[in-house]
Design a protein around this ligand. Structure first.
Ligand code: HEM
Length: 527
């Protein structure tokens, strides 16, 4: 049988397609040596998108790693590498750039911010502008941060739980912790007079949180298929409903108003009280202004606003989820409440009766004293380990051909990612990895501890690691110390506390109601 000549182009195209999508990935690609998490991963990304769509990525990829080793192929150009020296250290400390995922998911006002830059040079210029205000020494010596602790923790949070406790009523703590973390950080960011009051002002809380979380059920489209979502939108098909935009815009406006008010405050000739300094905003504005610019100049308004939104949103959701899991674990392990209360005996905190009056900044311990408490630190570390607020893969782009996870010739352009969820469940480093065991941070030998710290990845690592980790420890430690100095806690009711399976995640059921039982110290707590 003779083949008609006109079929030749068609056959060539088919042959090329066969080679590119079947023969090359299975036989010739350097990635062909890496075990595939699922047979289809060599040819297409359907499997990983299915896991993302059905919210089972982190768990499934973890299980596959346990069976197949620390390197896995998740898609034709997507690798999951969950090992330290030949993985995390090279990728993240090595500064592999971020892919478009971050712009798709986290650009605010459609404008780049510190979290979204793909270009390393642009990112490090932006980070340099602001990073000194996030250093540990700056945060722990900042009068504005201290005033925020006084106002938000002792002035709002404790009175709310004290009142509930005296009436024997439960308190839903997830919303409270979001509000606490937001109010504390926003006061540091914009100063006392422009701070938020999500704890007491339920209208403000609803406006911001409803707006912020509105896109969540549709994040799959926003993160992974933004072009498709935009195209369909143009022909009237809304994968992300229009109401989401309206709600999210309200949260964006809320942030922009704060930025504009802070700029006006700084431009005015009125003296600014030390508590009212808009610390983070001022640093961003100054760094982005000409050195000899006028006091009223307001350059790069939307860039600054996008950064400010990125900061506060990164601060409140992660810290709020962590604090909530910490309370949850403390209720399930009451012996740790006792241990912590013992430890808090030597720390200066307001006495029970003091809570009835206005607390002053001198009434509570210095950050360095709180920071030096080993039990408190162990409880926080263990919560961040078991319930990481960013459990999902943190994608990066391979900049040039390299070896990773034991495999050589990984091509430039491959997306590689590690997961805190998986690293934190490595049994060789964290024995009994699914158990909440603060003791592991107290009993470990120096070598074991050093290894655990290397694998601890709640804040990521390298140049793109969390800028706010010092502030997060600062605000979380004060909260936990103040609560357990005065109360014991028990669970009253709860939703599903399992961790959502997503990039950023809190409890699936979004609800934890606690009872706070007064437990005043008889010891010398204010000594
Ligand atoms: C428990 C609290 C927190 C946790 C677990 C956490 C975790 C993380 C992680 C894992 C990343 C890297 C994400 C990635 O690259 O995919 C990150 C980045 C970031 N976080 Fe946090 N964070 C916390 C609190 C905060 C706070 C309080 C702030 C306040 C400003 C903050 C601001 C940021 C910013 C701006 C980035 C981007 C840094 C960059 O790309 O240079 N975070 N955080």
């Amino acid at each position: 049988m003779e083949l008609h000549i006109s079929f030749l182009p068609l056959l060539s195209v088919l042959g090329l397609l066969l080679y590119k999508y079947l023969i090359y990935p299975v036989i010739f690609s350097p990635l062909s040596k890496v075990p595939a998490a699922h047979w289809s991963c060599r040819f297409c990304s359907i499997w990983i998108y299915w896991l993302k769509w059905t919210n089972q990525e982190n768990r499934t990829v973890h299980d596959k790693h346990m069976k197949l080793g620390p390197s896995l192929l998740l898609g034709p150009k997507l690798l999951s590498i969950n090992t330290f020296d030949d993985g995390v250290k090279k990728i993240y400390q090595g500064g592999f750039p971020k892919p478009a995922f971050y712009f798709n998911g986290f650009a605010i006002y459609n404008t780049e911010n510190i979290f979204t830059f793909e270009d390393n040079a642009l990112h490090s210029a932006r980070k340099r502008m602001i990073s000194n205000t996030f250093s540990k020494s700056f945060v722990t010596s900042s009068p504005v941060a201290r005033a925020a602790t006084r106002d938000v923790l002792f002035g709002r949070y404790l009175p709310i739980i004290r009142k509930a406790s005296s009436e024997d009523k439960p308190v839903e703590v997830l919303g409270m912790n979001y509000a606490y973390s937001m109010d504390t950080f926003v006061q540091f960011q914009f100063g006392r007079s422009l701070g938020s009051n999500l704890l007491e002002d339920h209208k403000e809380r609803k406006l911001y949180l409803d707006g912020f979380f509105a896109p969540y059920p549709f994040l799959f489209w926003q993160y992974y298929f933004p072009k498709l979502a935009n195209f369909l939108r143009r022909i009237g098909i809304y994968l992300i409903p229009r109401s989401v935009d309206t709600k999210f815009a309200a949260a964006e406006d809320w942030n922009l108003q704060k930025c504009d008010s802070a700029q006006q405050l700084l431009a005015s000739s009125e003296p600014i009280h030390s508590d009212d300094q808009p610390v983070i905003f001022q640093q961003a504005l100054q760094s982005m202004s000409e050195p000899d610019g006028s006091k009223s100049a307001y350059p790069q308004r939307m860039q600054i606003a996008s950064d400010m939104f990125a900061h506060s949103s990164a601060a409140f959701e992660t810290s709020g989820n962590t604090e909530t899991y910490l309370f949850y674990e403390m209720c399930r392990n009451p012996e740790w409440q006792t241990k912590l209360r013992e430890e808090l005996r030597g720390i200066k905190l307001p006495q029970q009766d003091d809570l009835k009056r206005k607390i002053e900044v001198d009434d509570f311990a210095e950050p360095k004293d709180i920071d030096a408490l080993p039990v408190l630190h162990a409880i926080i570390m263990e919560t961040l380990r078991l319930w990481p607020a960013v459990p999902g893969g943190q994608p990066r782009v391979v900049p040039k051909i390299c070896s990773l996870g034991g495999y050589s010739d990984i091509p430039a352009g491959t997306i590689v990612q590690s997961y805190a969820y998986i690293l934190h469940r490595t049994p060789e480093v964290f024995p009994d990895p699914f158990q909440w065991k603060p003791q592991r941070w107290l009993d470990a030998s120096p070598d074991e501890l050093a290894n655990m710290k290397r694998w601890f990845w709640a804040f990521s690592s390298g140049p793109r690691m969390c800028i706010g980790s010092n502030f997060a420890y600062y605000s979380m430690k004060y909260l936990v110390a103040a609560v357990y100095a005065h109360f014991t806690t028990s669970i009253h009711a709860r939703g599903d506390m399992d961790l959502l399976d997503f990039y950023l995640a809190g409890p699936k059921g979004h609800r934890l109601e606690l009872k706070f039982h007064p437990a005043p110290y008889t010891g010398d707590i204010s000594a």
